[in-house]
Write a protein that binds this ligand. Sequence first.
Ligand code: ATP
Ligand code: MG
Length: 566
Amino acid sequence: MTTADSAPGSDFIRKIIVEDLKTNKFGGRVHTRFPPEPNGYLHIGHAKSICLNFGIAEEFGGLCNLRFDDTNPTKEEEEYVESIQEDVHWLGFDWGDRLFYASDYFDQLYEWAVQLIKDGKAYVDSLSAEEIREYRGTLTEPGKNSPYRDRSVEENLDLFERMRAGEFEEGAHVLRAKIDMASPNLNMRDPVMYRILHATHHRTGDQWCIYPTYDWAHGQCDSIEGITHSICTLEFEDHRPLYDWFLDQLGIHHPQQIEFARLNLSYTVLSKRKLLELVEGGYVTGWDDPRMPTLSGLRRRGYPPQAIRNFCERIGVAKTNSIIDISLLEHCVREDLNQRAPRVMAVLRPLKVVIDNYPEDQVEELEAVNNPEDPDMGTRKVPFSRVLYVERDDFREDPPKKWFRLAPGREVRLKHAYYVTCVDVVKDEQTGEVLELHCTYDPETRGGWSEDGRKVRGTLHWVSASHALDAEVRLYDRLFLKANPDEVDEEGADFKANLNPNSLETLTGCKVEPSLADAVPGDRFQFLRLGYFCVDPDSTDGRLVFNRTVPLRDSWAKIEKTLKGR
Ligand code: ATP
Ligand code: MG
């Protein structure tokens, strides 16, 4: 696995643009676009493309459009159009008044198709889809001309018009470009430009029953919008000669297409088709399930947009495909949250602790720093009282060597509070389960420091039992068990066979400090010693639900350290 083979800011795309500006190729203009098809929610791979297109426009004082490539009426929905806009804004980018749809250009595209027919460069073919596939040939064999290829211009114009008028059934005819059935590039073997689809379009309704293919629409849409640099993923490299051909035949503005390697991320899938399958099959709770690599899922999980932008900058852009380690993304999230998330105390698996020598009715408001990384974030008060909760994992009756947490007779520091020593353990007589601990505290250690300089090695988080709020906490693990989910062991199985059955663990009865009473969905915190957490929209008045964004342990930092050590 690699991170990037180009340094951020100086990648090959930006170099091309710098060069174009020098030679005044587009009159000094830089105009990019992000062109999603509204057939699903955006994922982290799209974020790479968004950061690239909008980022370049910003850096070079240019513009970036948002254009919906809505040429396929059967898979597109308004819900997706809305979510895509929300996600691009959330990432921190804005298209101003330049929101466009390929469907805005259907009339123009139709006229240009008529122009190609008149020029003898397009024809109506009446072969079936299957025959067209057979006639196309293969990588090693040339294709064959369709028997309909030499229809007269008049016949083609008549048929094409009647296709548009709705006289034919789906599949009866298509419009194809007349290029070269023997071209070594399969995309140049008379590609289909229009097909008949009696489908209602989310914007044009039933106005059309023929729809342009992506190949026919894409380059012309870029041209209409005056795009200078049409940045796309590597799969379209072989389509570039076709797009160039169309633009040249029409003699219209010719953007420069540049291809880059798409983002692949370990332990997840970045394909709208596969993500849709997970949603529709109920494998996740929706597009915004916090385990999904969608931007809405990552947002719900608590990933800050700035962390995603930093990640996209760090991976850079390259010309060869690679897989990025998901722990790098998690590292960027921690790096960001470490600075901005207030630190609070929460106990996920509570164990009751009674401080025997602490007065029954006393409550102290102890001062706690909100974020030692950022003094401007101030302090807050945390209540301390006789009955507390600590983490069940922080106690061992029979501790191993080097155990610095609670155990019979051991002294530890309670963060922001006092030193306490465990003096007794109450257990269920039948099961042996530890029910509560009894401790004593040292009043001379207020704030968690001892005047006499005696050492305690362990510092635990805690909450006051009578002040704590109840919460549900959802812990997430990787969505897939394998770095490459497409690698399946059994014949006939697909990526879903590699889903991690334990990707979600729900904990109820968690206890969080009372300062979280006013937390609202989207708020992010570090729970001391546990990780970063975000309030989930499932929270209601009186019910707090948290998602664990990332644990504290940073496997990427470790990887980096080892790499540097070599
Ligand atoms: P998917 O494979 O998820 O269905 P797509 O390419 O069909 O993606 P589009 O809506 O066409 O989805 O994508 C919009 C833009 O985002 C395109 O320019 C595309 O190249 C880019 N894009 C999509 N996936 C990635 C990715 N994994 N890495 C980088 N860019 C991507
Ligand atoms: Mg696409």
